[in-house]
Design a protein around this ligand. Structure first.
Ligand code: UD1
Length: 368
């Protein structure tokens, strides 16, 4: 009798990628274990997402917490191995590119437990990003590589991955977006923040390359000082960014950006609500590049590259890096001329969880 499918979540961007899959597998009566590594643990980085996404509490919580990359990855591995030995899952599913993703894949590979990687094949080709290392390694050892866009298939084939492992399934995060958009639009976050729909920008910032480097952080703040003079900005502050602003003595400057509203990290529904009615989004997040493309909101990405190039070629995304003048000129141009309209990429249609479930179940059946 095959064991459960273990669905792994660890950090904020994982929750909206697992919720639709968990719901679809539940609908089909599949036995599953929802496992949270605890990489993110603050209520507003974790619990609120379970509530907003209608996901049950995790069956297993490893409580790993923060640490250096080695510490965090190693602690997840030690604890996850015990769970795998005890439960003998029929398969594990990991999503995205965080430390929990590679840690759990590595454990499964060495215990010969079949594994699936959702959001496989994405590459920024920038090995200074910890996530790029996690992506490459995870795709090397997982059995099923489920890609959100065809560039993912091409990257994997170029790396020599066998074709039968690769399945183009679409973007599961967009399942969550489509399921929850109506509810999100009914949130009262705009009146709480006293902002008018369509007349503000949303900013998110947390990449080590932007906030762990003082000069880069200051270049972005200088740009936001000018942008804030043109349009009100909402900045839900990531804990890493808050900590680094304090370390560099930049907290006061951040708070003094004209017309900026700095909030705690937002929950899923509040954030989707903010993003869906924004005039522009400035971000260094990966997921937001995809969500803004789907919502047809112009996105200015404060990074040198992206692992999600389809958001640039087909969507609303413009890559600008962290040079002050480039950020300012791009944003002002979008505010004046409206920016790219873009289109929704193939299979970002809200049905990715259905396709993934079909593939997982047929793989388990064939291995039985
Ligand atoms: C992690 C992911 C990143 C993802 C991001 C989304 C890795 C390598 N990075 O980065 O890909 O885009 O999550 O948020 O996995 N902290 C808290 N409370 C929390 C979690 C973190 O205060 O609930 C603070 C801690 O001080 C911690 C720091 O934030 O040291 C960074 O957290 P960490 O999980 O190491 O990385 P992120 O920057 O969140």
């Amino acid at each position: 009798m095959p064991g459960e499918i273990v669905l792994v979540v660890g950090a904020r961007p994982n929750f909206m990628k697992i919720a639709p899959l968990h719901a679809e597998l539940s609908r089909r009566g599949v036995k599953q274990l929802l496992l949270h590594t605890g990489q993110h643990y603050d209520e507003n980085m974790s619990k609120v997402f379970f509530e907003d996404l209608g996901m049950p509490e995790p069956d297993i919580y490893l409580g790993i917490g923060s640490g250096s990359h080695a510490e965090q990855t190693a602690k997840v591995m030690v604890e996850f191995e015990k769970i795998c030995i005890e439960h003998k899952p029929s398969m594990i599913v990991v999503v995205g590119d965080v430390n929990s993703t590679i840690a759990c894949s590595m454990v499964a590979a060495k215990l010969w437990i079949p594994s699936a990687h959702v959001e496989a094949g994405l590459r920024s080709f920038d090995r200074k990003m910890p996530e790029e290392i996690n992506r490459i390694l995870t795709d090397t050892i997982c059995d099923l590589l489920l890609t959100p866009s065809l560039d993912g298939n091409e990257n994997l084939l170029k790396e020599g991955v066998e074709k039968h492992k690769i399945h183009f399934v679409g973007n599961i995060m967009i399942d969550s977006l489509m399921i929850n958009l109506e509810r999100a639009r009914n949130c009262n976050i705009h009146s709480l923040l006293n902002i008018e729909k369509g007349k503000y920008g949303v900013v998110t910032l947390h990449r080590p390359s932007n906030v762990d480097n003082q000069e880069a952080f200051e270049r972005i703040i200088t740009a936001l000082e000018v942008v804030g003079g043109n349009i009100p900005l909402v900045l839900p502050l990531h804990p890493r960014t808050k900590k680094q602003a304090e370390n560099f003595g930049l907290s006061d400057r951040l708070k003094s950006i004209p017309n900026i509203i700095i909030t705690e990290p937002a929950g899923y529904l509040d954030f989707v609500s903010l993003m869906a009615s924004a005039k522009i989004v400035l971000t260094d997040s990966g997921g937001l590049q995809e969500e803004t493309t789907t919502l047809s909101i112009p996105c200015v990405t404060l990074r040198e590259n992206t692992e999600r190039p389809i958001t640039v070629t087909e969507g609303t995304n413009t890559i600008v890096g962290n040079d002050t003048d480039t950020i300012i000129s791009t944003v002002l141009d979008i505010l004046e001329n409206g920016g790219k309209t873009g289109c929704i990429p193939d299979l970002w249609d809200g049905k990715t969880a259905v396709r993934i479930s079909d593939i997982l179940l047929s793989h388990i059946k064939n291995n039985d």
